[in-house]
Design a protein around this ligand. Structure first.
Ligand SMILES: Cc1ncc(C[n+]2csc(CCO)c2C)c(N)n1
Length: 220
């Protein structure tokens, strides 16, 4: 049996994923000890991130060589914008943030979105798919890992439920199938690039939570 591309990619990030599950942002989400201010920072940055991520998915849709993949990524791009609007309407209000005053992207948000944008526009389609994949896959795995214990904080519980749900799992499965398809015909050089991008954006996922936990702003 040939190795699926998804398994090659995931084996590269086992230690990054372990560090994510161990991060005080996620352990705090789980046991309720995460300060609301840190969660608020995360939600504001996520609203900014989702705009950039949606544009990156639209880039994947435009570059996809098969119409089914164009439809899939275009639907997910629309879904990311819908999620951003929902964040604005529900959580930001609850956290006391005025959606008109989101402020600038933090260093982690800007770096992550810049990288997504660069690869989606300058890499191959297969590279673009590997670059956007951690956003889907790591969230699905985190949702799965956190849902059993749940959270005593209803706001944090709602966040966990969003990513642990069946609907989200199906979205992620479709992107994993696309990853195996494009990875299956990639040259060794292209596969190596896919692995590098996948690892890089997985690191950005860790940094995104870490930046929120520290409520990081620009130092100068
Ligand atoms: C930093 C950050 N990374 C991943 C997600 C999760 N996510 C956002 S859009 C999308 C796919 C299209 O619906 C997924 C999985 C997030 N919210 N914020």
């Amino acid at each position: 049996m040939t190795t699926r591309t998804r398994d090659v990619l995931w084996s590269d990030i086992e230690t990054i994923y372990a560090a994510i599950l161990d991060h005080p942002f996620l352990t705090g989400l789980s046991d309720g000890s995460l300060p609301r201010e840190a969660f608020g920072h995360y939600i504001v940055q996520d609203a900014l991130y989702l705009r950039g991520y949606a544009a990156a998915l639209a880039g994947c849709a435009a570059r996809a060589p098969r119409p089914e993949a164009t439809v899939m990524f275009a639907e997910h791009a629309a879904g990311a914008i819908a999620a951003e609007r929902e964040l604005h309407e529900s959580l930001l209000g609850e956290l006391g943030v005025d959606p008109a005053r989101l402020g600038p992207p933090s260093p982690a948000t800007q770096a992550y979105v810049s990288y997504l944008t660069a690869i989606v526009h300058t890499g191959s389609y297969a590279e673009a798919v590997a670059t956007v994949l951690p956003c889907y896959w790591i969230y699905a795995r985190v949702g799965e890992a956190l849902v059993a214990a749940g959270s005593p904080d209803p706001l944090y519980q709602a966040w966990i439920d969003l990513y642990a749900g069946e609907e989200f799992r199906q979205i992620v499965d479709a992107v994993l199938t696309e990853t195996d398809t494009v990875g299956g015909t990639a040259s060794p050089v292209e596969l190596e690039r896919m692995r590098q991008h996948f690892t890089t954006t997985s690191r950005y996922e860790w940094m995104f939570w870490d930046g929120a936990h520290r409520q990081e702003i620009w130092p100068v």
